[in-house]
Write a protein that binds this ligand. Structure first.
Ligand code: HEC
Ligand code: HEC
Length: 249
């Protein structure tokens, strides 16, 4: 029984013998709310989160373009960076860091792609649990184009929207990304450097197929799985046709 209820019951009993019970005691004053403090705390968290987002977008870009070392450097930052301690957070922070650790240990790009997508999902699991409202600035998609470099910018634009859709989670961003990616051209002849080969068009077709599937995938975990496959397909083609120079020691 709560103390307040106990007081009420006692007063009711006392009321039986006393026709005019004294008015119930005034409730204890609620501790003063400090809106400024709450706002300051929220902005501290938002600042950390903005940094996390920058890091995770760089990690996505590094994997998509075939730079495993760079992706792992970003994942290590997530492990080393301390988030402020808040009630109910440790479990989610641990999950996120464990997922980042797996990216650090990934042996190749296909593995890193799958693990990075799972890492993205650990961000949204905390957001869902904390009922955090995560919004992203709107940015127009590059126009359709017959030029491969522009087509690739559109691919990257869509991949970042899908990524936001995953870490938000944000249905709106996911849908925008899926919509744009599923309608973006990919000049496979140019991508293959004018050489007739089957593997490059196959990877382009795989991107298209995953993008179409993304338009009708609404479960967040399934989205994460799909995103892992997508990243792996992007990096797979970049490894085939545009070997990224390995940076020196
Ligand atoms: C332990 C819980 C937790 C984890 C893990 C977490 N976040 Fe957050 N995040 C929050 C909370 C709480 C907010 C809402 C903050 C606020 O009130 O603005 C938030 C907000 C955000 C925002 C919106 C910031 C703004 O300007 O309002 C972004 C972007 C974000 N998180 C990205 C990430 C990314 C990327 C990851 C994973 C690498 C991540 N978060 C992991 C708790 C978490
Ligand atoms: C079929 C092969 C192929 C696929 C699939 C592919 N790309 Fe590309 N991508 C290329 C080629 C070739 C270039 C180089 C184009 C140029 O420099 O003109 C490139 C360049 C890029 C670049 C610019 C290079 C850089 O280092 O910034 C980005 C970003 C990019 N791709 C993102 C993506 C993303 C994201 C996906 C998956 C959603 C993807 N690509 C799928 C072939 C592919």
């Amino acid at each position: 029984m709560s103390p307040r209820l106990a007081t009420t019951v006692l007063l009711a009993i006392a009321g039986c013998s006393d026709p005019k019970p004294p008015p119930p005691p005034a409730p204890p004053p609620t501790p003063p709310v400090a809106p400024a403090k709450v706002a300051a705390d929220a902005s501290v968290v938002a600042e950390h989160m903005t940094e996390h987002f920058t890091v995770i977008v760089e990690l996505q870009h590094a994997i998509a373009t075939g730079k495993l070392d760079e992706a792992q450097r970003q994942a290590r930052w997530l492990i080393e960076h301390e988030l402020p301690a808040r009630e109910g957070w440790p479990m989610f922070v641990d999950d996120m860091k464990a997922a980042a650790q797996q990216v650090v240990e990934a042996r190749d790009l296909p593995a890193a792609s799958v693990l990075a997508a799972r890492l993205g999902r650990t961000c949204s699991q905390c957001h869902e649990r904390q009922a955090a409202v995560v919004t992203f600035p709107w940015e127009p998609a590059p126009e359709q184009s017959s030029v491969l470099a522009v087509q690739m910018r559109r691919h990257q634009w869509a991949a970042v929207r899908l990524w936001e859709g995953l870490v938000g989670p944000s249905d709106e961003m996911w849908k925008q990304g899926a919509e744009v990616l599923s309608t973006t051209q990919l000049d496979t002849v140019a991508a293959a450097g004018g050489v007739a080969r089957g593997d490059v068009p196959a990877l382009a077709a795989k991107v298209r197929e995953l993008a179409v599937r993304a338009t009708s995938t609404s479960d967040h975990n399934q989205r994460a799985t799909l995103y892992g496959e997508l990243l792996s397909t992007c990096s797979g083609c970049h490894q085939l046709v545009r070997p990224v120079p390995v940076p020196g020691p």
